[in-house]
Design a protein around this ligand. Structure first.
Ligand SMILES: NC(=O)c1ccc[n+]([C@@H]2O[C@H](COP(=O)([O-])OP(=O)(O)OC[C@H]3O[C@@H](n4cnc5c(N)ncnc54)[C@H](OP(=O)(O)O)[C@@H]3O)[C@@H](O)[C@H]2O)c1
Length: 344
């Protein structure tokens, strides 16, 4: 059994890591840390895990050596202690934004401060298997992915891979997100009377995840507009782009079919009948699947591409475990094949 520990296990992504890894056939969870819940059973914070484990939260300063460490910490923490974590485990998956960008100057531009461990940036592989499967297989250090960036990157993937859109032209990505994206720590904006029933645009452009989309998709002219909606889990990215001259709907079908055939967690949702004709996050809650859809106005070349995910799964912990599976030489889908619930 591979011995793994989770640092920051009382948070939302840490809770999802626990849920997945406790059922994972090749893994034993050794430690799950929390300073504020030290000594408590993990199910006291994550009630869905009651009767699934007797593990208690441990102190992040008392980590034992293991095979894999998952870091599920707030932004900026992992980079300050990366040497210490690396001394404890040969493989690390960091869910934060600390090691997602390859370039220290780009990091400083988007995050507003110098990186605390810039020499580590080149040691990490960007942790989206749909983009870096081969590198992740041989990597020791894998970054997390931004949940909004993941929805945007996967919506763009078939278009960019098949070279179907004008990648220098403006690409607009409207993203609607649920409240768990903000983590377990509350703030005035997440207070129930203020957050409930909202459709609230909180970032017109300049969202930090834009840097991940630029880096990974090679699209310099991309804008992410972020809107909070009345969901707990889920992110929906709607891309608007300009098709290259002569691109047809048939070309898009071919590109999307090729991408979903290549990647086990990508599915094409483009139905003529029924309620679920296009991707939507609701039926993905708890699942690692990402649903893709598209439309093309052939008269103008306007393309719409859609990706729905669960932000805590494909947008964070599910993808992190998918990366661990690849790093360990396991089947990529191990422990991740939950279909989602319907109705929900
Ligand atoms: N939420 C999402 O949808 C999502 C998606 C993709 C990526 N991410 C990224 O994943 C990371 C975790 O997100 P989250 O939503 O799970 O956050 P969260 O719910 O706020 O959880 C943070 C965890 O870190 C622990 N922690 C905080 N400061 C610490 C410190 N200095 N040393 C040790 N432990 C510390 C907290 O527990 P104690 O304070 O009790 O120790 C808690 O367990 C973030 O970097 C986030 O950007 C989140």
């Amino acid at each position: 059994m591979t011995r793994v520990s989770i640092v920051g296990a009382s948070g939302y992504t840490g809770g999802e890591l626990l849920r997945i890894l406790l059922d994972h056939p090749a893994v034993e969870v050794v430690q799950a840390t929390s300073r504020s819940h030290l000594g408590e059973y993990v199910y006291q914070v994550h009630p869905n895990l009651r009767k699934r484990t007797t593990l208690k939260f441990s102190d992040p300063e008392q980590l034992e050596p293991v095979d894999v460490i998952f870091l599920a910490l707030p932004h900026g923490q992992a980079q300050r202690k990366i040497e210490q974590y690396a001394a404890l485990a040969p493989r690390i998956v960091d869910l934060s934004a600390d090691f997602r960008l390859r370039d220290a100057a780009t990091y400083e531009k988007w995050y507003g401060e110098p990186h605390a461990a810039p020499q580590w940036l080149s040691k990490f592989v960007y942790g989206l298997p749909e983009l870096h499967r081969a590198e992740i297989r041989s990597a020791h250090y894998v970054s997390g992915v931004g949940c909004n960036a993941t929805a945007a990157n996967l919506a763009l993937l078939p278009l960019v891979k098949a070279n179907l859109i004008e990648s220098e032209q403006p690409i607009i990505v409207e993203i609607k997100v649920g409240s768990s994206e903000g983590g377990a720590e509350g703030n005035p904006g997440t207070h129930h009377p203020e957050r409930s029933s909202v459709i609230r645009t909180f970032s017109s452009f300049g969202h930090r995840h834009t840097a991940e989309v630029m880096q990974e998709m090679g699209v310099p002219n991309v804008v992410l507009t972020m809107t909070s909606v009345d969901l707990v889990r889920g992110a929906l990215a709607t891309v608007h782009a300009q098709a290259r001259p002569g691109v047809t709907t048939k070309d898009l079908w071919k590109a999307y079919r090729a991408v979903v055939a290549e990647h086990p967690f990508l599915r094409l949702v483009k139905e003529q009948r029924g309620i679920y004709r296009v991707p939507e996050p609701k039926i993905l809650a708890g699942s690692n699947y990402a649903d893709l859809g598209f439309d093309l106005d052939e008269s103008t070349g306007h393309v719409v591409s859609i990706c729905a995910i669960d932000n805590l799964m494909k947008g964070a912990s599910g993808t992190a475990v998918q990366c661990m599976n690849l790093m360990l030489g396991l089947e990529e889908t191990t422990g991740l094949e939950f279909s989602g619930l319907h109705p929900i």
